[in-house]
Design a binder for this molecule. Sequence first.
Ligand SMILES: Cc1ncc(COP(=O)(O)O)c(C=O)c1O
Length: 303
Amino acid sequence: MENSRIWFDGKITDYDDVKVPLLTHSLQYGSGIFEGIRAYDAGGRAAVFRLDEHVDRFMRSARIYRMPLSSTRDEIRQGIIDVVRENNYKSCYIRPFAFFNDDRISLQTKGKKVSVAVVGVPYNNYFGDASNKGVTCKVAGWRRINSDILPIQAKASGNYLNSVAAIGEADAAGFDEAILLSRNGYIAEGPGENIFLVKDGKLATPGLESDILFGITRFSLIELAGKMGIEVTERQIHRDELYTCDEAFFCGTAAEVTPIVNVDGIPVGDGKPGQITDKIGKKFIGVVSGREKEFLHWLTFVK
Ligand SMILES: Cc1ncc(COP(=O)(O)O)c(C=O)c1O
């Protein structure tokens, strides 16, 4: 991240110049909150995808954890745009992050100053080569955290230990990615992605009762699929449906649309990325790249 210009508590500064207390509550106890956003090259200009939805979710995460942010919603929104511009990025991944900027040791957060940082990084495919070829998945032994345990609609750092445990398990068993089940044993989502399956030309995706993070890409794809005349049902999905569906894919800001080609060693469909997945993936890339006039309102161009 050398030479990167970041936004920190309202000012553009150098990444290397920011000092974070080692004893911060957010590092010790996982109490940071964050977002993951992408900017895409849309005809030679950087465009941030669904900026307002991401900033709103960031603000909701802060509210859930009673974090008094040091900047307003609009300042953070502008900070995101400024980071893309300052670094001359045409496309990048953007990580807004709020943490307790205080080194007093205690679980209490009351009275601790909260800082907000926005960092942009050049970014390509989340799964590298497998992003196009499709990923192999293992249904994890770890269940997805649920809202009896933690507020799962907050994108809080600590929530992601659940994801880290599942990824570690899948990786040790030789798979690319994990799939977590909900507390009721239905399919929930990936460690950092929502999931869809395709059966008989129709899409199905788990809903809120399956302990998912309500992903912004997920909402976007449901709307796009509707426009493409593809039916989508939000419902509880049994694990074995992944073994018998025609196609499956992950979606998310980092993962975009990534085909799933194998679950627990069983090929999904014919074990290759499916046609509907491909069609939706292409539509999504068309939208984020500003080629779909109807969805230009999902993009914020960086001037
Ligand atoms: C657990 C989890 N589920 C789903 C998603 C996908 O959400 P989005 O499309 O808003 O990036 C993410 C990524 O933020 C995530 O971390």
